[in-house]
Design a protein around this ligand. Sequence first.
Ligand code: KIV
Ligand code: ZN
Length: 497
Amino acid sequence: MNDRIIIFDTTLRDGEQVPGCQLNTIEKIEVAQALEELGVDVIEAGFPVSSPGDFNSVVEISKAISDPVICALTRAVKKDIEVAAEALQYAKKKRIHTGIGTSPFHIKYKLKTTPEETIKRAVDAVKYAKKFVEDVEFYAEDAGRSENEYLARVIEAVIKAGATVVNIPDTTGYCLPEEYGEKIRFLKENVPNIEKVIISTHCHNDLGMATANTMMGVINGARQVEVTINGIGERAGNTSLEEVAMIIKSHHNLNLETNIDSKLIFSTSRLVSTLMSMPVQANKAIVGRNAFAHSSGIHQDGVIKNRENYEIIDPVEVGVKESSIILTARSGRAALNHRLELLGLKFGKEELDDIYHRFLVLADKKKEINDEDIRILSGEVFKGEKALKLERLQVTCGKSMIPVATVCIRINGEIHTSTASGNGPIDAAFTAVRQLISKTVHLEEFLIQAITKGSNDIGKVHIQVEHQGKTFYGFSANTDIITASVEAFIDAIDKIK
Ligand code: KIV
Ligand code: ZN
């Protein structure tokens, strides 16, 4: 039988403290509803005394949410606790989260008090909160840097005062995983009545150890984890919900489980990222754009043979449709062929070699090759031999310069060269082309499009020319849009028979 880990989400409280990430009440309700669907057990909805907006959000979230416990943060201050209780009045299940700093730094420099007085304030706060709600969580701020013996005394006192959950925050993200795990074990082994309460982890990521610390806390006896979506939070952020949920899901030998519906992880991540205008870093575990993307030839080949060669989580499990094979200059034939097949395109060995060769030329110029590029590359295989072919093109242009172009065109096997000027580089090149062909053509339509968004993208050029009352179409695609334009122009002329 697995032990259940309680997921306490603080995206709307600790997460929302990130500068520039503030949400309005309607947005917070949307996030809270997504968290409820995701299966979190506790939603920390805000710090009601901090502002009327936060107060109102806790009220509205309390009304909108049914299943999870709604939690409100306070300091160990009577007024904070009264305001939190009022904000929670509509919550079906409610919790007050109160606490005080317990490290020598906090006691001496922040609270300017003594260790004994700190214990008294902690106990008073818990007792006062108990007058309003049954479920009271106590946090020992900066527990990560607090002395274990003293911390144990504080925790013993607040349990006696009625705390139901004791939160051991590594507020500054300083602890090493072993140290944090040891702290939790020390409390488990030394605090009387500790088995009557739930121990909670609350880790920050200042040294990139938030998830490791949280897991060490759990392994040593904590049964609640305080986390945020995408790991957002003060400074370097909090422990990320998706990482902990997927570690627990992947490591069966831990004999742990959560109530998280992992298939909703990706959509919840993107909802939070969009509403908070906080992009998810590309290589973020579980939810980053590259978390299931493979770009090196060896890995791509391995994933195509069997996904588990290089993936420990099936992307479908976290709501990502499929792993993506990113085609770059480091991709091999297998990856290219795989993508062609996904696009419904089948080629023999020789054709594939030809496409692969042109794929590498393009990939050297462009960071990533997308499906549109592949379609273009594969379409060119069937164009066959042409009477006209652009062999070389050189243009000189720039501010305060007369644009000049030299084109070398193979016409029925023979190379012809011409130079011309124009009102721009494309005009100059088209004039040079016209000087080499015996036909009169009028340009009727000229369209340049970028396929996606980047400045390293392929430009697609569609051209329409008129010759003796008939219309002919030309097309080309190239990272160099002047080359693409001249090729498209020549392609249209080539069709005039
Ligand atoms: O990091 C911290 O110590 C906190 C507490 C207020 C719980 O966020
Ligand atoms: Zn925190």
